[in-house]
Design a protein around this ligand. Structure first.
Ligand SMILES: [Zn+2]
Length: 288
């Protein structure tokens, strides 16, 4: 009986090995590199592993010698030499070999180490890590999640929220600056009586980004409310308006200025009497 069992197990084992081999021989559905002469150099994207199979000569053609050395031969650029170490512009850092988005400027921080440092990749799939024992010590190498090119190393001495420090070679990266130029603003300065009332009127206008009230036009620096109330400092209560000229023009602001107060009452607006309540337009440039 025992003898029979052993025979059965043996037969099963042989069958299993045979089955495994026949499966291995099956051609891949994707990601295979053809092996016939000329075709051997044609890369086919591996759709299953999200891993590109770009031939080495293609990288050599595309990359600078230094980028090739770092990305494809796991080199390291000299600290403080890379072009992105001091870069503070907003945007996305992508793989220098394949363009895969890796890190955003939001997660970049100054680690003082001489290489651009980030506390988090764009997504968990954008980079991969593997153990690197090349210098006789164990480090965690960071490679591109798409093309497997070497990027740098990750250490667990980074800032919160992740506590990680992705120490990446500048030359392994390309930078895509954030598009959408910031709004170009202009400022206008008006005096039209009590500044709180004037501010309330301007706050209703579309295209006004910020309003600031204060005193201007006088002859002492930084006067207090009390100073101005003496009427001797020459200041007027005024409002500074920061506006988006694409949404509201300076001319339209002037229209509002004339509408909201009575410029014909000298040194007075309603119950507020005094030179600080006079009407004035403090122009910023000759165009205004
Ligand atoms: Zn890549």
């Amino acid at each position: 009986m025992n003898e029979n069992k052993r025979y059965l197990f043996g037969l099963l084992a042989v069958l299993a090995v045979f089955l495994a081999f026949s499966l291995l021989k099956k051609p891949d559905r994707a990601g295979s590199v053809a092996t016939c002469g000329e075709c051997a150099t044609i890369a086919m994207p591996n759709l299953e592993g999200n891993n590109m199979d770009i031939p080495d000569k293609e990288y050599k053609k595309r990359l600078s010698p230094e980028a090739y050395r770092v990305l494809r031969e796991k080199g390291t650029e000299k600290p403080f030499s890379g072009k992105y170490y001091y870069n503070e512009e907003k945007g996305v850092y992508v793989c220098g070999a394949c363009g895969n988005p890796l890190f955003t400027s939001k997660t970049k921080f100054d680690a003082g180490c001489g290489w651009p440092s980030f506390y988090e990749p764009v997504s968990p799939e954008s980079v991969r890590t593997q153990t690197d024992r090349s210098l006789g010590i164990e480090r965690t190498e960071v490679i591109c999640g798409k093309c497997s090119s070497h990027l740098g190393h990750v250490f667990d001495d980074g800032p919160q929220p992740t506590g990680q420090r992705y120490c990446i070679n500048s030359v392994a990266l390309d930078f895509k600056k954030e598009t959408g130029a910031p709004v170009k603003t202009e400022t206008a300065l008006f005096a039209a009586g009590c500044f709180w009332g004037v501010e309330a009127q301007f706050k209703k206008v579309k295209g006004i980004i910020k309003t600031t009230v204060g005193y201007t036009g006088g002859h002492i620096v930084n006067p207090t409310y009390r100073d101005v109330c003496t009427g001797k400092t020459g200041h007027a209560e005024a409002i500074q308006v920061k506006f988006d000229p694409e949404q509201v023009s300076y001319g339209e602001l002037l229209d509002i200025f004339w509408e909201i107060h009575d410029p014909t009452t000298r040194n007075r607006q309603g119950p507020d009497v005094g030179s600080q309540y006079r009407s004035a337009i403090f122009y910023k440039d000759t165009q205004q």
